[in-house]
Design a binder for this molecule. Structure first.
Ligand code: AMP
Length: 341
């Protein structure tokens, strides 16, 4: 029987609980510093202890995974801590499409895919000299919003950038990505595309709580103006969001457009969980600033099933369990090649 494995971070608990519920052996690649935490959970059958997650590339680790006939479920930590080359060189089968993870990490490729999917995006500002509106300045890769900042002109951009360099948060030669700031209600739209059913499922929506930008909003404007602190967008946690029902039609269309675009640009396409992230403005128009081409941590809020999945499944269904169900169905119908890369 195939085992399901993942890295000990991000949404590992949900993924392995779902796998256990579907009858799989569960394996966690665990950093020594987190051993105590993960040993609390009995649904984790085996821990592969490592000093750092890149050891997943070592022969010893790969051998253990191979002996267990394991499939790795990729998540944000894999992308944040390993290069695209390293991820692509993992020999253990990866759930979904490992080639698309590069498109998530690289800002230029990401933009190309989003354009292909016809997602409305905020304007890109090519050069700090061209900042004439409120912009958000981002780092490369899945940095989780850490080190991001807001600026309204070139001087503010330089001042904040230099401040972050001197604090060692960003490096001097790091290319930053500047994008127009989109104001409105944040919504992170979570989907699952099943290549077995050839069907898109909308799982749910969440909002992220980011520090210290949220902290800034809690103090009066007078004190905000006096503050010299460069607020960051470091994700601390997530909370649920249920959308107006009249928005759902467009949500499905965006998800389907995204899946179609991935089929054209990065075979075999967007299989498994993904997320389209953005903002609804005052006219309920969506602007998308980001996508994640794998399970997002925002699905952790629905470990017992989401509102939308309760409409599709007559049982509690987390995203972790949905992934395991897809592996199980593929296994039983000899179609594993359709769901892994
Ligand atoms: P990202 O890494 O692109 O997901 O961005 C991290 C966080 O920055 C998001 O969760 C948003 O809170 C914020 N953000 C990113 N891009 C924009 C944008 N264009 N307009 C407004 N907020 C943004």
């Amino acid at each position: 029987m195939t085992a399901i494995a993942t890295l000990g971070s991000h949404c590992a608990l949900q993924v392995l609980k779902g796998a256990k519920d579907e009858g799989f052996k569960t394996i966690l690649v665990c950093e020594k510093k987190r051993e105590k935490l993960y040993k609390r959970f009995r649904f984790i059958d085996e821990l592969i202890m490592v000093d750092s997650f890149v050891e997943i590339l070592d022969q010893k680790c790969q051998q253990t995974l191979e002996q267990n006939d394991a499939i790795i479920i990729p998540h944000g930590t894999l992308i944040a801590q390993m290069s695209s080359e390293q991820i692509e060189s993992i020999k253990t089968p990866i759930f979904g499409n490992k080639w698309i993870l590069r498109w998530e990490s690289d800002r230029e490729m990401k933009e190309k895919l989003m354009r292909e999917a016809k997602l409305p995006m905020p304007r890109k500002v090519k050069n700090p000299n061209e900042i004439n509106n409120l912009v958000i300045v981002k780092r490369q890769g899945a940095a989780g919003g850490k080190g991001y900042f807001i600026a309204s002109n070139k001087e503010e951009y330089n001042k904040k950038r230099n401040g972050l360099i001197s604090q060692g948060i960003i490096s001097k030669d790091e290319t930053l990505y500047i994008q127009e700031y989109a104001a409105g209600v944040l919504a992170y739209l979570q989907f699952f595309y099943s290549p077995l059913l050839e069907e898109l499922e909308f799982f749910g929506a969440d909002q992220r709580h980011e520090s210290d930008i949220e902290g800034l909003a809690r103090i009066p404007a007078e004190q905000q103006l006096k503050s010299n602190k460069v607020s960051s967008f470091n994700v601390i946690g997530n909370s649920p969001l249920v959308l107006r029902e009249s928005l759902l039609e467009e949500v499905y269309t965006m998800g389907e457009n995204f899946v179609d675009a991935t089929k054209r640009l990065v075979a075999p396409g967007m299989n498994g969980p993904f997320c389209i992230e953005g903002v609804y403005d005052e006219n309920a128009r969506f602007t998308s600033f980001e996508f994640s081409a794998r399970i997002v941590a925002g699905t952790n809020i629905y470990m017992d099933g989401s509102p939308y999945y309760s409409l599709l499944y007559n049982e509690p269904m987390s995203m972790g369990k949905r992934i395991a169900r897809e592996v199980k169905n593929a296994n039983e119908s000899n179609q594993l090649d359709k769901i892994i890369t």
